[in-house]
Design a protein around this ligand. Structure first.
Ligand code: F6R
Length: 254
Protein backbone atom coordinates (compact mmCIF):
# COMPACT_ATOMS: atom_id res chain seq x y z
CA UNK A 1 0.00 0.00 0.00
CA UNK A 2 1.38 3.39 -0.96
CA UNK A 3 0.19 6.40 1.05
CA UNK A 4 0.81 9.81 -0.47
CA UNK A 5 0.42 12.94 1.64
CA UNK A 6 -0.74 16.33 0.35
CA UNK A 7 -0.87 19.74 1.96
CA UNK A 8 -4.57 20.08 1.33
CA UNK A 9 -7.63 18.56 -0.29
CA UNK A 10 -7.15 20.61 -3.48
CA UNK A 11 -3.68 19.16 -4.10
CA UNK A 12 -4.90 15.68 -3.27
CA UNK A 13 -7.77 16.01 -5.74
CA UNK A 14 -5.47 17.13 -8.57
CA UNK A 15 -3.35 14.02 -8.00
CA UNK A 16 -6.42 11.78 -7.88
CA UNK A 17 -7.54 13.15 -11.24
CA UNK A 18 -4.03 12.60 -12.68
CA UNK A 19 -4.19 8.94 -11.68
CA UNK A 20 -7.61 8.49 -13.25
CA UNK A 21 -6.39 10.32 -16.36
CA UNK A 22 -3.36 8.00 -16.60
CA UNK A 23 -5.70 5.03 -16.41
CA UNK A 24 -7.96 6.34 -19.19
CA UNK A 25 -5.05 7.32 -21.43
CA UNK A 26 -3.51 3.90 -20.91
CA UNK A 27 -6.83 2.23 -21.81
CA UNK A 28 -9.59 4.43 -23.27
CA UNK A 29 -12.02 1.55 -22.62
CA UNK A 30 -11.22 1.51 -18.92
CA UNK A 31 -13.78 0.30 -16.42
CA UNK A 32 -13.86 2.64 -13.45
CA UNK A 33 -15.42 1.94 -10.07
CA UNK A 34 -16.81 5.17 -8.62
CA UNK A 35 -17.77 6.42 -5.19
CA UNK A 36 -20.08 9.17 -3.95
CA UNK A 37 -19.81 11.24 -0.76
CA UNK A 38 -17.53 14.20 -0.09
CA UNK A 39 -14.17 12.51 -0.68
CA UNK A 40 -14.27 12.23 -4.50
CA UNK A 41 -15.89 15.64 -5.18
CA UNK A 42 -12.55 17.34 -5.92
CA UNK A 43 -11.52 14.44 -8.15
CA UNK A 44 -14.71 14.80 -10.19
CA UNK A 45 -14.26 18.58 -10.50
CA UNK A 46 -10.75 18.05 -11.83
CA UNK A 47 -11.89 15.35 -14.26
CA UNK A 48 -14.51 17.74 -15.63
CA UNK A 49 -11.80 20.40 -16.09
CA UNK A 50 -9.54 17.93 -17.90
CA UNK A 51 -12.44 16.96 -20.16
CA UNK A 52 -13.25 20.61 -20.93
CA UNK A 53 -9.60 21.24 -21.84
CA UNK A 54 -9.77 18.34 -24.27
CA UNK A 55 -7.32 16.24 -22.22
CA UNK A 56 -9.75 13.43 -21.48
CA UNK A 57 -12.25 11.46 -23.49
CA UNK A 58 -14.87 9.40 -21.65
CA UNK A 59 -16.62 8.11 -24.77
CA UNK A 60 -15.45 4.52 -24.28
CA UNK A 61 -15.14 4.55 -20.49
CA UNK A 62 -17.49 2.39 -18.45
CA UNK A 63 -18.35 3.01 -14.82
CA UNK A 64 -19.79 0.99 -11.96
CA UNK A 65 -20.78 2.78 -8.78
CA UNK A 66 -20.17 1.31 -5.38
CA UNK A 67 -23.57 1.79 -3.87
CA UNK A 68 -27.05 3.26 -3.87
CA UNK A 69 -29.64 3.90 -1.19
CA UNK A 70 -32.69 1.68 -1.02
CA UNK A 71 -35.99 3.48 -0.34
CA UNK A 72 -35.13 6.43 -2.66
CA UNK A 73 -36.20 6.67 -6.29
CA UNK A 74 -33.53 7.30 -8.95
CA UNK A 75 -34.88 10.83 -9.26
CA UNK A 76 -34.61 11.68 -5.58
CA UNK A 77 -32.11 14.55 -5.20
CA UNK A 78 -30.09 12.53 -2.67
CA UNK A 79 -30.01 9.31 -4.66
CA UNK A 80 -26.55 8.38 -5.86
CA UNK A 81 -27.93 8.29 -9.41
CA UNK A 82 -28.53 12.02 -9.09
CA UNK A 83 -25.23 12.59 -7.28
CA UNK A 84 -23.27 11.11 -10.19
CA UNK A 85 -25.27 13.11 -12.74
CA UNK A 86 -24.72 16.36 -10.88
CA UNK A 87 -21.08 15.91 -9.99
CA UNK A 88 -19.70 14.18 -13.10
CA UNK A 89 -21.77 12.46 -15.75
CA UNK A 90 -23.72 15.44 -17.12
CA UNK A 91 -20.49 17.38 -17.72
CA UNK A 92 -18.47 14.77 -19.64
CA UNK A 93 -19.02 12.70 -22.77
CA UNK A 94 -19.67 9.42 -20.99
CA UNK A 95 -22.44 7.37 -22.59
CA UNK A 96 -25.39 6.88 -20.22
CA UNK A 97 -25.53 3.21 -21.19
CA UNK A 98 -21.94 2.82 -20.01
CA UNK A 99 -22.72 4.02 -16.49
CA UNK A 100 -23.96 1.45 -14.01
CA UNK A 101 -25.42 1.92 -10.56
CA UNK A 102 -26.40 -0.99 -8.33
CA UNK A 103 -30.17 -1.20 -8.33
CA UNK A 104 -31.97 -1.69 -5.06
CA UNK A 105 -34.04 -4.85 -5.49
CA UNK A 106 -37.74 -4.42 -4.74
CA UNK A 107 -37.38 -7.21 -2.19
CA UNK A 108 -34.01 -8.25 -0.78
CA UNK A 109 -33.38 -10.46 -3.76
CA UNK A 110 -29.85 -11.76 -3.78
CA UNK A 111 -30.07 -12.71 -7.47
CA UNK A 112 -30.72 -9.07 -8.48
CA UNK A 113 -27.69 -8.01 -6.51
CA UNK A 114 -25.45 -10.70 -7.91
CA UNK A 115 -26.42 -9.60 -11.43
CA UNK A 116 -24.35 -6.47 -10.75
CA UNK A 117 -21.25 -8.55 -9.99
CA UNK A 118 -21.93 -10.59 -13.10
CA UNK A 119 -22.13 -7.45 -15.23
CA UNK A 120 -18.81 -6.25 -13.81
CA UNK A 121 -17.21 -9.61 -14.69
CA UNK A 122 -18.72 -9.52 -18.19
CA UNK A 123 -16.93 -6.19 -18.65
CA UNK A 124 -13.62 -7.79 -17.62
CA UNK A 125 -13.65 -6.38 -14.11
CA UNK A 126 -12.92 -2.97 -12.67
CA UNK A 127 -9.56 -1.49 -13.70
CA UNK A 128 -9.50 1.29 -11.12
CA UNK A 129 -11.79 1.54 -8.12
CA UNK A 130 -12.17 4.90 -6.37
CA UNK A 131 -12.99 4.60 -2.68
CA UNK A 132 -13.67 6.79 0.34
CA UNK A 133 -13.65 5.46 3.88
CA UNK A 134 -16.11 5.81 6.73
CA UNK A 135 -15.00 6.72 10.23
CA UNK A 136 -15.87 3.15 11.27
CA UNK A 137 -13.79 1.69 8.43
CA UNK A 138 -16.64 1.03 6.03
CA UNK A 139 -15.87 0.90 2.32
CA UNK A 140 -18.81 1.09 -0.02
CA UNK A 141 -21.58 0.56 2.50
CA UNK A 142 -19.89 -2.50 3.95
CA UNK A 143 -20.27 -1.84 7.62
CA UNK A 144 -18.11 -3.45 10.34
CA UNK A 145 -18.82 -7.16 10.52
CA UNK A 146 -19.47 -7.58 6.77
CA UNK A 147 -17.98 -10.79 5.43
CA UNK A 148 -14.83 -10.38 3.35
CA UNK A 149 -16.37 -12.82 0.88
CA UNK A 150 -19.47 -10.65 0.32
CA UNK A 151 -20.61 -9.73 -3.18
CA UNK A 152 -23.11 -6.99 -4.02
CA UNK A 153 -25.79 -7.12 -1.34
CA UNK A 154 -28.38 -5.15 0.62
CA UNK A 155 -27.22 -3.73 3.94
CA UNK A 156 -28.76 -2.14 6.98
CA UNK A 157 -26.92 1.15 7.49
CA UNK A 158 -25.38 1.74 10.90
CA UNK A 159 -26.53 4.68 12.93
CA UNK A 160 -23.05 6.26 12.72
CA UNK A 161 -23.19 6.12 8.91
CA UNK A 162 -26.73 7.50 8.80
CA UNK A 163 -25.70 10.34 11.13
CA UNK A 164 -22.63 11.09 8.97
CA UNK A 165 -24.84 11.24 5.86
CA UNK A 166 -27.63 13.23 7.51
CA UNK A 167 -25.84 16.41 6.36
CA UNK A 168 -27.25 15.76 2.88
CA UNK A 169 -30.86 15.45 4.09
CA UNK A 170 -33.22 17.82 5.88
CA UNK A 171 -33.47 15.57 8.91
CA UNK A 172 -31.75 12.44 10.25
CA UNK A 173 -35.05 10.55 9.95
CA UNK A 174 -35.02 11.07 6.17
CA UNK A 175 -31.72 9.19 5.74
CA UNK A 176 -32.53 5.77 4.29
CA UNK A 177 -31.98 2.78 6.56
CA UNK A 178 -30.89 0.42 3.81
CA UNK A 179 -28.57 0.51 0.84
CA UNK A 180 -27.28 -1.81 -1.84
CA UNK A 181 -23.51 -2.00 -2.06
CA UNK A 182 -20.74 -3.81 -3.87
CA UNK A 183 -19.41 -6.41 -1.46
CA UNK A 184 -15.89 -6.55 -0.08
CA UNK A 185 -14.99 -9.31 -2.53
CA UNK A 186 -16.38 -7.24 -5.41
CA UNK A 187 -14.18 -4.32 -4.36
CA UNK A 188 -11.11 -6.51 -3.82
CA UNK A 189 -11.39 -7.85 -7.37
CA UNK A 190 -10.61 -4.39 -8.81
CA UNK A 191 -7.17 -4.37 -10.39
CA UNK A 192 -6.18 -1.08 -8.74
CA UNK A 193 -7.65 0.84 -5.84
CA UNK A 194 -7.48 4.57 -5.25
CA UNK A 195 -8.56 5.53 -1.73
CA UNK A 196 -9.16 9.21 -0.90
CA UNK A 197 -8.91 10.22 2.76
CA UNK A 198 -9.36 13.83 3.74
CA UNK A 199 -9.90 15.72 6.98
CA UNK A 200 -9.33 15.44 10.67
CA UNK A 201 -12.40 13.26 11.16
CA UNK A 202 -10.64 10.50 9.15
CA UNK A 203 -7.35 10.49 11.13
CA UNK A 204 -8.27 7.47 13.18
CA UNK A 205 -9.64 5.57 10.18
CA UNK A 206 -6.38 6.10 8.29
CA UNK A 207 -4.37 4.98 11.30
CA UNK A 208 -6.49 1.83 11.65
CA UNK A 209 -6.31 1.16 7.92
CA UNK A 210 -2.57 0.72 8.41
CA UNK A 211 -2.35 -0.74 11.92
CA UNK A 212 -5.55 -2.69 12.52
CA UNK A 213 -5.25 -6.43 12.04
CA UNK A 214 -7.03 -7.63 8.91
CA UNK A 215 -10.42 -8.15 10.46
CA UNK A 216 -14.04 -7.85 9.39
CA UNK A 217 -14.53 -5.58 12.41
CA UNK A 218 -12.71 -2.87 10.41
CA UNK A 219 -13.72 -3.53 6.78
CA UNK A 220 -11.05 -1.32 5.15
CA UNK A 221 -8.31 -3.43 6.78
CA UNK A 222 -8.90 -5.94 3.97
CA UNK A 223 -7.13 -3.48 1.65
CA UNK A 224 -3.85 -4.51 3.32
CA UNK A 225 -4.23 -7.71 1.29
CA UNK A 226 -4.76 -5.98 -2.08
CA UNK A 227 -1.66 -5.81 -4.30
CA UNK A 228 -2.22 -2.34 -5.76
CA UNK A 229 -3.66 0.28 -3.39
CA UNK A 230 -2.80 3.98 -3.53
CA UNK A 231 -4.06 6.10 -0.66
CA UNK A 232 -4.15 9.85 -1.20
CA UNK A 233 -4.47 11.70 2.09
CA UNK A 234 -4.22 15.31 3.16
CA UNK A 235 -2.17 16.48 6.15
CA UNK A 236 -5.22 16.87 8.34
CA UNK A 237 -5.94 13.15 7.86
CA UNK A 238 -2.35 11.91 8.26
CA UNK A 239 -1.59 13.63 11.61
CA UNK A 240 -2.18 10.58 13.87
CA UNK A 241 -0.43 8.17 11.50
CA UNK A 242 2.60 10.44 11.23
CA UNK A 243 3.21 10.22 14.97
CA UNK A 244 4.02 6.56 14.49
CA UNK A 245 5.27 6.45 10.89
CA UNK A 246 7.18 9.41 9.50
CA UNK A 247 6.65 10.07 5.81
CA UNK A 248 9.65 10.37 3.49
CA UNK A 249 9.13 12.86 0.66
CA UNK A 250 5.42 12.82 1.48
CA UNK A 251 5.28 9.07 0.88
CA UNK A 252 4.86 6.04 3.05
CA UNK A 253 5.13 2.52 1.68
CA UNK A 254 3.52 -0.06 3.93
C1 F6R B 1 -19.84 6.30 -1.09
C2 F6R B 1 -19.34 5.24 -0.24
C3 F6R B 1 -18.93 5.47 1.18
C4 F6R B 1 -18.13 6.75 1.36
C5 F6R B 1 -17.75 6.92 2.83
C6 F6R B 1 -17.01 8.22 3.07
O1 F6R B 1 -20.18 5.80 -2.36
O2 F6R B 1 -19.30 4.14 -0.68
O3 F6R B 1 -18.17 4.37 1.61
O4 F6R B 1 -16.98 6.69 0.58
O5 F6R B 1 -18.91 6.92 3.61
O6 F6R B 1 -17.88 9.28 2.81
P1 F6R B 1 -17.36 10.78 2.68
O7 F6R B 1 -16.46 10.81 1.50
O8 F6R B 1 -18.60 11.59 2.47
O9 F6R B 1 -16.64 11.08 3.94
Amino acid sequence: MLIERFDDYEQLSIKAAELVKEQILHDPESVLGLATGSSPLGLYENLIDLFKKGDLDFSSVKTFNLDEYCELSKDHPQSYHQFMQHHLFQYVNIKPENTHMPTPPSVDNQMDCLAFDKLISQNNGIDLQVLGIGGNGHIGFNEPGTSFSSRTHVVQLHEETRRANARFFNTYEEVPKKAVTMGIKTIMRAKKILLIISGQSKQQALYQLVFSSVDEAFPASVLQLHPDVTVLADRSATATLEQKCPFTDNRLNI
